[in-house]
Design a protein around this ligand. Structure first.
Ligand SMILES: [Zn+2]
Length: 284
């Protein structure tokens, strides 16, 4: 620490200077507060005069040291918000990268819109809302097109569908967390519920009947059935030989092809039924 007299004196000197500077700051602050009061007085004097709004606009935008709350009160506005609305916006010097219009500052606290939120662009309010409408429309378009494909029925004999159903149902899930979302995300057993649903549908048909299973369901069912068939081919054969003379892989491949044919056809169809300029029906 400061053990020599010289260092002691230097510290004392520095502290004295600090105290003095702090006093000056306090004095300057007091002077500033007094001058702010003077400005507010002038504004009060202008109440009802034609020059009030011009003066207010100047003070509000050019002199942020005058707080907006007492300023609004001095001009007899109920709130700073009311005052700012009456004053109107001012040019910000920043142009919209969408339409080229100059952005307007609507209040002292206004900041330019973050380009990160608008695809790397600084956009005005109108361009932002146009952009988000376009994104919403694209999202809705993708969703209806996807639905058109996923919901399409794939027709195949009941006997064929029974193959993936039997394979999947032979291995009940052991997952403790039976949440379809997690199960799917973690790539665990997500075909069992679909196998059950298809089994219920098949119960109403004969083996030779054509039965429609949606592209979405069939895709999942077949993915899991193929895994099961690959685990233990001998057991897989055992599971299906009671009702089919084919090996599981052959039936699964045939069903897979049928799914792909319908998927491709419905994809083309979806682009026609829901063209790029498709507008989602207005929800009430
Ligand atoms: Zn714009």
């Amino acid at each position: 620490m400061a053990d020599s007299p010289t260092e002691d004196q230097e510290l004392t000197g520095a502290l004295r200077a600090l105290t003095s500077a702090t006093g000056e700051v306090a004095a300057a602050q007091a002077r500033q507060a007094a001058t702010v009061e003077q400005v507010l007085d002038q504004v009060r004097r202008l109440r009802g005069e034609p020059g009030l709004m011009a003066a207010l606009r100047h003070v509000y935008w050019q002199h942020p040291a005058v707080p907006s709350k007492p300023l609004a009160a001095a001009a007899q506005f109920r709130s700073p918000g009311d005052m700012v609305a009456a004053l109107g916006p001012v040019p910000s010097g920043i142009t919209c990268e969408g339409c080229g219009a100059e952005l307007l500052r609507t209040s002292r606290s206004w900041t330019a819109p973050d380009r990160q939120h608008c695809g790397g662009l600084v956009l005005c309010r109108e361009c932002r809302s146009r952009r988000s409408e376009a994104l919403d429309r694209k999202w809705a378009l993708d969703a209806v097109r996807r639905g058109h494909v996923q919901d399409a029925p794939v027709a195949a004999r009941g006997r064929d569908w029974l193959v993936p159903v039997s394979l999947v149902l032979a291995y009940p899930p052991v997952a403790v967390d039976w949440n379809p979302e997690t199960v799917e995300r973690e790539g665990l057993w997500y075909g069992y519920d679909i196998a059950q649903q298809v089994q219920e549908v098949l119960a109403g048909f004969d083996h030779e009947d054509l039965v429609g299973v949606s592209v979405g369901q069939a895709t999942r069912l077949l993915t899991v059935a193929q895994e099961v068939a690959a685990w233990d081919t001998a057991r897989a054969l055992d599971l299906v030989q009671g009702f089919t003379g084919e090996v599981p892989a052959a039936v699964l491949a045939r069903l897979g092809k049928a799914v792909e044919v319908v998927r491709a056809q419905r994809k083309r169809e979806a682009a026609e039924v829901y063209p790029d300029d498709w507008v989602p029906p207005a929800s009430s």
